[in-house]
Design a protein around this ligand. Structure first.
Ligand code: URA
Length: 454
């Protein structure tokens, strides 16, 4: 355990967890020392799981001031190592992060694209949070893939592939590793201060210098309103700037699932298709907006048009796919698995059963409720329901219709992949209600709401 700082108190005063817990419960503002004490106790194990849960709930209900958020983020960075990379890479260390959604496989697609464009992408990613899928859980559906890389493996990945995707570990942002796990099961995820400290601490610890955060807004996002998305964006940008990272935020819609499927292995297959250039329009739009912003921020490209061309070129010429394969190789996947995965052969676990859900009306799709779909995926086993839940990589859904599409009575709009022989009537019913159909024409909205910077 590393000491965060030398915490000094008045003579005779002994700081303890109950003291700080009570302070936040009663609406007090933490000092920097109290926050450091809390974060140290997460790492040295002197705080119990119930106290962590109580503290998170107190923070969630009482909130944190801006200063507390900065102090918490900084203490979380110093809870483990801070990665340092070659000086010659300082101008090109860049990353993206998402606040989480349904069907969001963008990190798996974008990291190798950015690497192929000349950036170095040291990505520390997350697991599923509540009903939202986690990039690490998706990647772990690839046989042999490791997500707990040590520093030597990360260095090798940046040299050979230009990117890696790893987890917070006992040595890298361990405080986030614990808080993330407990937030997931204590209904304390959707809080701006906790989201900011979680995301920015990982990015600062990873040594990244430029960041684009995809803040999801909508029905299935942690930010239900644009107002909350903007408030989160403001704090992400300010807190990261204080800690030396230049950040832009893209607000994007999360009302319907992103892309053609949700579920761990299914999303990896879709990500591989995206790297061949076969992307749904929504994925293509998000990949371009996030990628273009990073390429311009880092001066790899002079302007947006040049950046867009470069992204299209690295996909078309196969160099993005090559970076993806190299990343998998450094992260432990054997060459045969990589070759077969890229060739579209079945190397990932697939569910034994599928059930088609037909439309019960004719018209234009006016809504596909990503929240219901996310909850069904969680129920099927794609996300954790308790800290000890095992993820089932094979389950999920394929979404065949999106908002604005025409649909006829009886058309299959969703296919569910499940591992038990039958789908419960309750799940079937809720999925039937997840689509809304209008008898007048509906136009899909742009998935991007706004790009926000300082
Ligand atoms: N992603 C994170 O890393 N943390 C959060 O709190 C939410 C999304």
């Amino acid at each position: 355990m590393r000491e965060i700082s030398n915490v000094k108190f008045d003579e005779g005063f002994q700081m303890n967890t109950a003291h700080i817990l009570k302070k936040k419960r009663d609406g007090g503002e933490f000092t920097k020392e109290e926050i450091e004490y809390f974060v140290s106790s997460l790492v040295n194990g002197s705080i119990s799981e119930s106290q962590i849960g109580a503290m998170l709930m107190a923070m969630y209900i009482r909130g944190l001031t801006y200063k507390e958020t900065v102090d918490l983020t900084r203490a979380m960075v110093f809870s483990g190592e801070q990665l340092q990379w070659d000086l010659q890479w300082q101008g090109v260390l860049a990353d993206k992060h998402s606040t989480g959604g349904i069907g969001d496989k963008i990190s798996i697609v974008l990291a190798p694209i950015l690497a192929a464009c000349g950036l170095k992408v040291p990505m520390i990613s997350g697991r599923s949070l509540e009903h939202t899928g986690g990039t690490l859980d998706k990647l772990e559906s690839i046989p042999g893939l490791m997500v707990d890389l040590d520093v030597c493996q990360m260095q090798k990945a940046l040299e050979h592939a230009g990117c890696f995707i790893t987890a917070a570990t006992q040595s890298l942002c361990p405080a986030d590793k614990t808080l993330y796990r407990v937030r997931d099961i204590t209904c304390t995820v959707d809080n701006i201060h906790l989201i900011v400290s979680s995301i920015i601490s990982k990015k600062v610890a990873s040594g990244t210098k430029f960041l684009v955060v995809d803040v999801k807004v909508g029905r299935a996002a942690f930010c239900k309103t644009e107002e909350m998305g903007r408030a989160l964006a403001r704090d992400l940008i300010r807190v990261s700037a204080e800690l030396g990272v230049t950040t832009k935020v893209v607000l994007s819609r999360m009302d319907e699932p992103l892309g053609r499927c949700a579920g761990n292995a299914l999303e990896v297959i879709e990500a591989v298709q995206c790297l061949t250039g076969d992307m749904s329009p929504q994925i293509s739009r998000i990949v371009l907006v996030l990628g273009v912003n990073l390429l311009v921020m880092t001066n790899i490209c002079k302007n947006e048009a040049e950046a867009e061309k470069l992204i299209q070129k690295v996909i078309k010429e196969g160099s993005a796919m090559d970076r993806f394969c190299r990343m998998l190789s450094v992260q432990g996947v054997n060459e045969e698995t990589i070759t077969r995965l890229v060739a579209g052969e079945q190397v990932l676990p697939m569910a034994n059963y599928t059930t088609d859900i037909p439309a019960v009306e004719t018209g234009w799709v006016s809504g596909v409720d990503a929240m219901i779909i996310g909850q069904v995926c969680q129920w099927l086993g794609a996300c954790r329901r308790t800290t000890s839940s095992q993820i089932d990589p094979s389950v999920g859904v394929q979404v065949h219709r999106r908002v604005g599409d025409q649909v006829r009575w009886g058309d299959v709009w969703l296919t569910v992949h499940h591992s038990s022989p039958s789908l419960s009537a309750q799940v079937y019913d809720s999925l039937t209600k997840a689509i809304t159909i209008s008898n007048t024409e509906v136009k899909g909205q742009d998935i991007i709401i706004e790009v926000i910077h300082q």
